[in-house]
Structures are given as structure tokens and as C-alpha cells.
Design a protein around this ligand. Structure first.
Ligand code: SF4
Length: 353
């Protein structure tokens, strides 16, 4: 039995019952793959059902205003995924009559569709022999083939994509790919892989060498600079919280946050730049991005914020805050100030390019 056959047999016997697996039409599969990037399955489940009810087809999503789409995504985080999906749905309507294209080249030309998403959707929904490589698959393949170099380097990366391609060259490529993802999520886990339950155990080079748990080996990232941000927690006379919408381009584009700005130091007087008068410090939260870390100093504040650094400001009752597309730092800051908001993120599937 080939490795791919063993994976498919194992997957058929052990796969988790998930809604997008019950309904492997292209649109639900695509939505699920986008939602699952960087987000845990358990967090995605309620969003997936609601999103598809609201936007059952690409045309329905394409016709919706972006703000509605972001609001439906609110709580899932990584909003760029929602923007891209919205834009891609519009392209599907314009270019393909509203049907998700059964053509890898045409599909890969849509907004936000990288090699991972293309492979996942085209293999699962259309049976195309294309590979996937996300964080889970990377781990399985690094161990199976004992890849000792940092898998983010160009040569190991090519090797892993080639290995994934060889496995996906199978009559059931969608099941092979899902088996690899499922194996990484449930058996070949970062710590204490359960090799005795693994369909690849007899073939696994890392297991044979006793180094499974040491792989993949990743070099530490360079330290990121810390940027100081000063923000104000201000309320209108009814107690609603003032929030401000970020510019449509750049970091956290179009999302809502506490009125604030990057500043040379944590002095509350910088809040004058957004029209507020700062009082005592309420909290400090840190939020990491790929290339920088924000240290957000939140002050109790008075006044009505201006749009000097934002495209809009609104006073929103606390109960309505969860429906707003808030930035991650804003969510952390509001929670730290005692505002009840749902937790949303987890170390879910990581898309790799
Ligand atoms: S044998 Fe162990 S280390 Fe190797 S792929 Fe299976 S679970 Fe992972």
C-alpha cells in the first residue's frame, strides 16, 4: 500500500465529522479553508454556519457591503481574509458567472488565493491533483522525510511542496490532503506525537531515528521593534464607548479601535492628537504583528474624538461592541478594561506559501 493509500484509508476511518466535509461543494469548502487559516476548528464552527446562511453563494457575498461582511466576520480576526474573500466573490461573479472556477489557474488568479488555498479547494471540491502545505502538513512531512533544516528556508520549502505534490498525485487528492492536515492536527501533534496510531509509522524517518518531537526545527525570529501607541477609553454622555475606524489602507485597514495614535512615548498628552484629554492609565496591552509589537497604553479619557487619524468615529454601546470589526489590540484593551467580549483566536491552521 502506498503512503497516499494508507493516508486515505486512515482518513476514511478516523476523520472528524465537520460540516464542510459533509457538504464538499466548492463555495462551502472555500469559505471553510479561508476561515481555518490561523483559527481553530472549534472557533470556526459557529461562524461557518452563520456565514453560509447569510452568504450562501459567491454572488450573495459579492452583493453585500464590505462593512456587513466584516461584521459577519467580527470575532474571527485576521480580517484581511474576509476582505479578500469579498473581493474574490466579486471577481467570481464578474469573470465566472458566479460559479467557483473548476480551473486552478483561474482560481489562483482570484484575490487572496495563494498556493495553499488553491490546492485545498481545487483538490477537495474538484478532485484536482494539487498539494497543500499548511503548518500541520509541514510538521508531518518534516518528520516523515526527516527534514532537519528550518522548513521556512527556500530549499526545504521546495522539498516539502514536492513531497506534498507527490502524495497528492493520487486518484483521491482531496482525501490525501485532508488526511495530512487531519493527521497533523490529531496524531502528529507538535508535542508527543502519537506514532502508534499513525498510518505512516512504518515509513517515518524521524520516528525511526527517535527525533520526531524535535522536528520541525525552526530558527528563532529576529526581535521585533516595539512601537508605543497611546489610546483613549472615552465615553459619550450615555456611557457608549467611542471607537474610531482606521484608514482603508495599511495595517488593520478599515477596522475599529479605541481612538489613539502611535507616539514617541506613553504620555497621555499625545491623545490631543485625536481630540481627547487623557486621565489615568487604565491598562497597557501588547500586541504582536509580523514585523513589530505594539505596546498600547490606554488612558481613561474625556472628549469627542476627531477623525484626524481615522476615517470615522462612533460612540457604541458596550453590548454592541462584539458586532463590530474590532482590531486585536482594541479587543485586548477593552477586555483588560473590563468590557465583556468573546475570545476569538487560536493557533489554528497556518497557511504557508
Ligand atoms: S510516525 Fe509519528 S512522527 Fe512520523 S508522521 Fe506519524 S505521528 Fe508523525
Amino acid at each position: 500500500m502506498s503512503r497516499a493509500d494508507a493516508l486515505v484509508a486512515w482518513y476514511r476511518a478516523h476523520r472528524r465529522d465537520l460540516p464542510w466535509r459533509r457538504d464538499p461543494r466548492p463555495w462551502p469548502v472555500w469559505v471553510s479553508e479561508v476561515m481555518l487559516q490561523q483559527t481553530r476548528v472549534e472557533s470556526v464552527l459557529p461562524y461557518f454556519a452563520r456565514f453560509l446562511e447569510r452568504f450562501p453563494t459567491p454572488a450573495a457575498l459579492a452583493a453585500a457591503p464590505l462593512d456587513d461582511v466584516l461584521a459577519a466576520w467580527a470575532g474571527l480576526g485576521y480580517y484581511r481574509r474576509a476582505r479578500h474573500l469579498h473581493q474574490a466573490a466579486q471577481q467570481v461573479v464578474e469573470r465566472h458567472g458566479g460559479e467557483v472556477p473548476d480551473d486552478p489557474e483561474a482560481f489562483a488568479a482570484l484575490a487572496g488565493v495563494g498556493r495553499y488555498t488553491c490546492g485545498a479547494v481545487q483538490s477537495i471540491a474538484f478532485g484536482r491533483r494539487l498539494p497543500v502545505l499548511d503548518g500541520n502538513v509541514e510538521r508531518v512531512l518534516c518528520r516523515l522525510y526527516r527534514v532537519e533544516d528550518d522548513p521556512r528556508g527556500p530549499a526545504p520549502r521546495r522539498r516539502l511542496w514536492d513531497a506534498a505534490s507527490a502524495l497528492a498525485d493520487h486518484p483521491h487528492p482531496g482525501e490525501v490532503n485532508q488526511a495530512l492536515m487531519e493527521l497533523g492536527a490529531t496524531v502528529c501533534t507538535p508535542r508527543s506525537p502519537r506514532c502508534l496510531l499513525c498510518p505512516l509509522q512504518a515509513d517515518c524517518a524521524a520516528r525511526a531515528a527517535g527525533v520526531a518531537e524535535d522536528l520541525p526545527r525552526k530558527a528563532k525570529r529576529k526581535a521585533r521593534p516595539t512601537i508605543t501607541v497611546v489610546a483613549g477609553l472615552a465615553r459619550d454622555p450615555d456611557g457608549a464607548v467611542w471607537v474610531a475606524r482606521r484608514p482603508d489602507d495599511g495595517l488593520l485597514a478599515g477596522l475599529w479601535e479605541l481612538p489613539g495614535l502611535e507616539a514617541p512615548d506613553a504620555d497621555a498628552r499625545h491623545l490631543a492628537g485625536v481630540g481627547l484629554v487623557g486621565g489615568g492609565e487604565a491598562t497597557v496591552v501588547e500586541h504582536g504583528f509580523t514585523h513589530r509589537v505594539w505596546a498600547v497604553h490606554v488612558y481613561r479619557a474625556r472628549g469627542t474624538p476627531t477623525t484626524a487619524h481615522h476615517t470615522a468615529v462612533r460612540a457604541v454601546p458596550e453590548a454592541e461592541l462584539p458586532t463590530l470589526a474590532l482590531t486585536g489590540p482594541a479587543l485586548k484593551a477593552l477586555r483588560a478594561c473590563g468590557v465583556k467580549l468573546p475570545h476569538r483566536r487560536g493557533a489554528g491552521r497556518k497557511r504557508l506559501s
